[in-house]
Ligand binder design. Structure first.
Ligand SMILES: [Zn+2]
Length: 337
């Protein structure tokens, strides 16, 4: 028995060169016919389909490592070589029910990650992230803020030096070793203070000019040290990144991973702190102020000054915009005395 010649491309497994051949099933053998007659012969029983026979260009694996690429689906059927049964994975790939099941499973995994894994990542990072990594992250975030939002400080050295000296003393009492203060023009952020990973506090020129009173500046800084002590922003960045990385890994989408680095600065600047974070930092500040010669009243005065500066819209813009209602915080400060 002999089949009609079927066209195919032959890779002999030795050279990368493709050869045009005709395939003829001759008894128990598959014969490869070139322009000048037979070029190779294999027992049909030793052949195996490397792809499903229904693939657009089915591939037949040869026992010597070579391959035959057929021109079309019909050709595989015409050859009459028994198809290898499709694997369970291939069958699942073709089944609508299985595909829907996989998608549902994927969604369930992402939801489970959001509920259990992300908070776990956050607390793991807060407790175990190496200082070197956190410091590096802080520098990256500061650099990104410098490129996008912040300006060079215009405060005179003799204005900055005493604030920095008091910052160092307060950070020492707080036990926040390696904490450092950076002065910057606030740009669009105006009168503001930020707590970055790596124990970096940024204070804007506008804030220093607005408060113009050592005790009030120290009170705002004490609040930012509270964020550092509780590692609020680090947890937030790591939590967001962990989720994005998981989604990227599951969906194999690399664009999500590359966006993580650019996501951190907006997180620092926008409404990043939950109300609970703010209350926690306020309470920390009241306690720290008492231990460093200040009072919670300094904090209340700072809040009032910021509120006055923002005029009729006290909750919009600047330091206040990321925080719980100002009157509530002033009240809490006065109650803490
Ligand atoms: Zn805050």
């Amino acid at each position: 028995m002999k089949t009609a010649p079927t066209p195919a491309t032959w890779f002999d497994g030795l050279s990368a060169e493709a050869q045009k051949v005709w395939l003829i099933l001759e008894g128990p053998d598959l014969v490869l016919q070139g322009a000048e007659g037979e070029v190779a012969r294999y027992p049909a029983a030793a052949l195996a389909w490397a792809t499903p026979t229904g693939a657009p260009r089915p591939v037949l694996a040869l026992p010597d490592g070579g391959q035959l690429v057929l021109a079309g689906t019909g050709d595989a059927a015409a050859l009459g070589i028994a198809a290898v049964p499709a694997s369970i994975v291939e069958r699942a790939g073709r089944s609508r029910v299985a595909a829907t099941g996989c998608l549902a499973g994927l969604v369930a995994m992402i939801v489970a990650a959001a509920i259990w894994l992300v908070p776990a990542f956050e607390s793991l990072a807060k407790q175990h992230l190496p200082w070197r990594v956190e410091a590096q992250l802080g520098l990256e975030v500061l650099r990104a803020l410098d490129r996008s939002t912040l300006r060079q400080t215009e405060l005179a050295e003799n204005v900055r030096r005493p604030i920095a000296r008091r910052f160092d003393a307060t950070a020492t009492v707080a036990g926040l070793r390696g904490a450092r203060l950076e002065f910057r023009g606030g740009g669009a952020l105006g009168a503001n203070a930020l707590a970055l990973p790596g124990r970096i506090v940024v204070v804007t020129d506008e804030l220093v000019r607005l408060l113009a009173d050592d005790a009030m500046i120290d009170a705002v800084i004490a609040h930012e040290l509270g964020h550092l002590h509780h590692r609020h922003i680090l947890g937030r960045i790591v939590g967001e990144s962990a989720y994005a990385m998981l989604v990227a890994a599951v969906l194999n989408d690399h664009s999500i991973v590359s966006s993580i680095a650019s996501r951190a600065p907006p997180l620092v600047v926008q409404a990043i702190h939950s109300r609970d974070d703010e209350r926690e930092s306020d309470a920390y500040a009241f306690d720290l102020l008492r231990r460093t010669g200040g009072t919670p009243e300094d904090f209340a005065r700072a809040m009032q000054a910021l509120q006055r500066a923002h005029g009729s819209a006290p909750e919009s813009g600047g330091w206040l915009s990321t925080h719980p209602p100002t009157p509530e915080r002033i009240e809490a400060a006065r109650a803490a005395k």
